[in-house]
Design a protein around this ligand. Sequence first.
Ligand code: PEP
Ligand code: MG
Length: 591
Amino acid sequence: MAEAPQRGEQSFRGIPVSAGVCRGRILVIDGSRPSIGKRTLSDEQLQEEINRLERALVQTRHQILEVQRRVSEGMGAAEGSIFDAHLLVLEDRTLLDEVIRMIQTQKVNAEYAFHSVAERYATTLAAIEDDYLRERATDMRDVTTRVLNNLLGLEEELNLRHLKEPCIIISHDLTPSNTAQLDKRNVLGFGTDVGSKTSHTAIMARSLRIPAIVGLKDASAKLESGQYVLLDGFNGVIIINPTDQTLFEYGQLIKKQVSLEEKLRDIQLKPAVTLDGQRVFLSANIESPKDSEAVKLAGAEGVGLFRTEYLFINRDLPPSEEQQYEAYREAAQALKPLPVVIRTLDLGGDKFLAHLPLPREMNPFLGWRAIRFCLQEEDIFRAQLRAILRASAEGNVKMMYPMISGLDELTQANALVERYKAELRSEKIAFDEQMEIGAMIETPSAVIVADSLAKRLKFFSIGTNDLIKYSLAVDRMNEKIAHLYEPTHPAIVRLLKATIDAAHHHKIWVSVCGEMASDPVFAPLLLGLGVDELSAAPPLVAPVKFLIRRLKIAEARELAEFALSCESAGEILARCQELARQVAPSLFETK
Ligand code: PEP
Ligand code: MG
């Protein structure tokens, strides 16, 4: 939506998806696809055409695996796993069979057939009112472009890795493949016409910490390369030809950002302790041993959640005991004497593995996942438990089970641990006999029987992401009901309190490792309720610590008391925001 004047300041508004402000010249990228001609083939040419398609598919698969490897190493395994969806497109037999049938029956060239079939699938997905399915359409188009480029012998159409000077990228859409190529040194920020907050591209922008705006409607058609703009990723505005007054105002904001970054760096090695002396244990969530460096840089005191799923993703076979042992040992040694809490495999729900196709389920989040899967797939569980036990000899390793929904699961899992400990003893393989075992508390039933669980464990780690989802029966990926996903719902506050009370009654510690722990707004509420540890995403450890160091535990307890007596999620949220802004205003300056 451009506002009228041709010259002077003009602005475009979109959805802010990655915070920060930048200014510079823009580069408008035309992401249009190669043009596809239709050729008619003779019967003799058909088999070679199918072979040509197969070769292009293999080449595409290699390219995607390579991008995935680069992204996993550069940004983290979770971001790399975004490309699993792309690999699945290449393995979609229904789609491929349809393309081959079209080549055979209509006697047309492979690029024409592939483009026609894939575009029909993508258009259908894009038309559905569901962010998740729309994202699948973007994946489908991203893969289609790669396949077509390979069939046509073209280079990747965008090469964002070799930009000569720093610029702000504007495009109709940026696929995850394009975003993966962005080099932070030369890309100051980006804006796209389409996209949503939960799109893969938005997630990647946040990991790269590049300011970004999506949903700018027709900006890419109206803007021209070389124009000077200011991109405000806090408020979702692009200002073209900013006036001196605007530059001055934003100059102030940029100065504040720089000064906040400095303050955050200053506390890196300082403890998370409140003004009135309450020590909080602040750790980080990781997905790969390679993230250990980020944990130290973030100033975290260890790992509160090592999501091991990502060791299983991005590969053709499940990792062996030996490969897992190496990964766990690497993290434990890198962070020693700091603790590393390794979570056993939390597969299923939205985490799928290419090599382990799970049966289709009506309700995957209520289905065969996490500990339920592991208790039935004993070979997989055995390899993992033995690997974790062995790594415990090399550092401060703790272990926890995901998705425990009742005592039986815990008893069965603990019995298996005892069995594998006995195996290791008889094989004379070292492990830490005292390794602490805990459980994630992320189902309402686990909260209700927390007392029984606490007796048999050394710690709880509350998975608020799932606990909120299951307790409020809300899938936050569904935009129609996303407003019901309320971390401050009175039911959630009371479930947190019940969990903490049960743990402390049995003298075990409680951590929170869901996203609530990464949000400085919620830190006072969690601490006031009695949580002992917060485990945050590495980039958010510093802001959470900054807030804790300005907070009094007495204020946090007062907030928690209010929340426990309050009947409205909105009122509790407002009080959380008020306290956080009052104690650490500089964390919230976006204007
Ligand atoms: C959670 O559910 O809060 C959690 C930390 O687990 P995950 O996000 O990996 O499901
Ligand atoms: Mg979970």
